[in-house]
Design a protein around this ligand. Sequence first.
Ligand code: URP
Ligand code: ZN
Ligand code: ZN
Length: 473
Amino acid sequence: MKKIIKNGVIVTATDTYEADLLIENGKIAAIGTNFDTNGVEVVDAEGNYVFPGGIDPHTHLEMPFGGTVSKDDFETGTIAAAFGGTTTVIDFCLTNKGEPLQNSIDTWHAKSKDKAVIDYSFHLMIGEINEKVLKQLPEVIEKEGITSFKVFMAYKNVFQADDETLFRTLVTAKELGALVMVHAENGDVIEYLTEKALKEGNTEPIYHALTRPPELEGEATGRAARLTGLADSQLYVVHVSCSDAAEQIAQARSKGLNVWGETCPQYLVLDQSYLERPNFEGAKYVWSPPLREKWNQEILWNALKSGQLQTLGSDQCSFDFKGQKDLGKGNFTKIPNGGPIIEDRVSILYSEGVNKGRITLNQFVDIMSTRSAKLFGLYPQKGTIAVGSDADIVIFNPNKERVISAETHHMAVDYNAFEGMNVTGEVVSVFSRGDYVVKDKKFVGEIGKGKYLKRAKYGSELSSKERETLQSS
Ligand code: URP
Ligand code: ZN
Ligand code: ZN
């Protein structure tokens, strides 16, 4: 059935205006006024913003990690995402050295198919580069539409790749049209500092932060950026947490390098002191890179405002406090790294960003949706409100005040990282390809209706015809 969203204020990355949207066959069919409402479902958005669904470029749903598996899977994770105003997630597909890449991708398809309630795609982890891997990568791009590769510079003896692997990935990505993503921390030095801390009997959660100082994030970010320049390639630095790393990105960009940076809500509003909370509560805030001293927050906000950082990912990787985080009681290295963020990503950016005057409304849409669509080959199918784009739409009440709490969230875990935080703004309804997923704050979606998205190569924007061919190939 056709729908018309009436009386709202449409917000995109560039414009804010009053108009109605006609939705047909899952797409935005027209933008205007005075549409014929005969036989059409009319949705009244009076007093609300209407913006493109959020794109979360960084999630780890049902991911094996730290001796356990992240709790939110593609069902609970995407339901929570939708409640938070996100309509597309791009999840990290882990790979194992020596195994065919397709096996890992098939594992990720098996986890997500029949579960996701919104559309989704995958980035692919690169742990090694050799002739066998090089042979497989063109197919990963052409057949799977996976056009972003992730290299970990940390987590020694688990995911960490060496500099040769990173450099060869950058060179290959340039040839194939992919974007290289890095987790930028110096894993070797972290290993040394960690062993030293444990030997000295320092086992509490705060030592997670103290053994991963910002210098090591800055160093790895600068190293990755320099290697990108040498390879004449393209780089996206995930979860930038501190001034040291943001500075390296700004410096690389000032030299004209194709280096992009993502930060996360947790680094914008929480700080290192959370890891010192008593009764092991600090473990709730253990993720990598760690939370930083508070003064870094304003630098990250300014980097978003000035465009030196471009996107906001959740780095959703949730674990229960009881039964998962407590694996690390008495040894901080055993605390599974990650937090539940997917649901509050958009709200925090709006409330702390737009409402507090740190970024504009149009920058908000760019940061939480449009820029990720462009960088990751989804634009203009996703990430904007335009004729021909998917009708992934959020109706948002900018005036509603509420309190974030695990009591009311939809993630599957027993705590919320932002517990008790007051926010202004509330997601009212969410549409994925024209169908309600959330209607008046209630879930009405369909489990498994989310579609896997094949993405275009880095730097290319596909026409809707080309995109249809890509999706159906
Ligand atoms: O602590 C984190 N960030 N967990 C998820 C894996 C990663 O490093 O992104
Ligand atoms: Zn990471
Ligand atoms: Zn991550």
